[in-house]
Design a protein around this ligand. Structure first.
Ligand code: HEC
Length: 185
């Protein structure tokens, strides 16, 4: 079993998650808080297991950073040559880590009944890299809808990225962080 993972966005690498993890998705959300771009990354060991059997092993680390989408001087959202939104100011870094059964993270106050399996959630300030939240019940309440995908909404993006061997672009035009895809639909 892997040791309890540190719930940080750098995961032991001084250069951070963009280098130490593998990017699998890029999600445009034109109607989320004025437009956002989100990039999702997974650790290589978890990726290897998922590739083999479609499961997330204990120790899985997934990081998703969020940027405001770039706008022109008239306030219109800008797009690149592929029609994708362009990341501008970093807004937050969200992390989910899968613990082994019985493992805990110091300071985690979430009651067992509100957990999503063995996952813990955290958010970080993208500039200071300080942790802003640990297991906010809002995270697991929404991700509960993806229980059939082990609570990972971007699971289809990960499967597609593995198949095509490149990070998967997707887009969701629902407001807030409402899911465009849920299991069973
Ligand atoms: C209202 C629903 C909602 C809430 C609340 C929410 N998320 Fe998510 N989250 C999503 C959706 C939907 C995705 C898939 C990407 C997308 O469509 O933007 C996602 C993706 C993620 C991912 C990438 C891996 C995955 O599960 O797909 C992480 C990490 C993540 N969220 C962490 C958090 C954390 C931490 C919080 C709480 C601070 C949180 N989320 C709150 C809906 C939500």
């Amino acid at each position: 079993m892997r040791p309890t993972p540190a719930v940080t966005p750098s995961h032991g690498s001084p250069t951070g998650y963009q280098q130490s993890l593998v990017r699998y998705a890029s999600i445009d959300r034109p109607d989320d808080g004025g437009g956002t771009v989100r990039h999702a990354y997974i650790d290589a060991e978890a990726l290897a297991t998922f590739r083999k059997d479609g499961t997330f092993p204990a120790g899985t680390v997934i990081v998703m950073d969020q940027f405001a989408a770039k706008r022109d001087t008239n306030g219109q959202l800008l797009h690149d040559s592929q029609g994708r939104l362009i990341p501008d100011q970093p807004q937050t870094i969200a992390v989910r880590v899968k613990l082994a059964p019985g493992q805990t993270v110091a300071g985690d106050q979430l009651p067992a009944g509100l957990r999503n399996g063995d996952w813990v959630y955290a958010t970080f300030d993208p500039l200071s890299r300080q942790r802003d939240s640990l297991d906010n019940p809002v995270c697991s309440a929404c991700h509960e809808q993806a229980a059939g995908w082990d609570y990972v909404f971007s699971r289809p993006d990960l499967a597609a990225a593995i198949q095509k061997n490149t990070p998967q672009p997707s887009s969701c035009d629902l407001p807030g962080r409402q899911p465009c895809r849920v299991p069973g639909q």
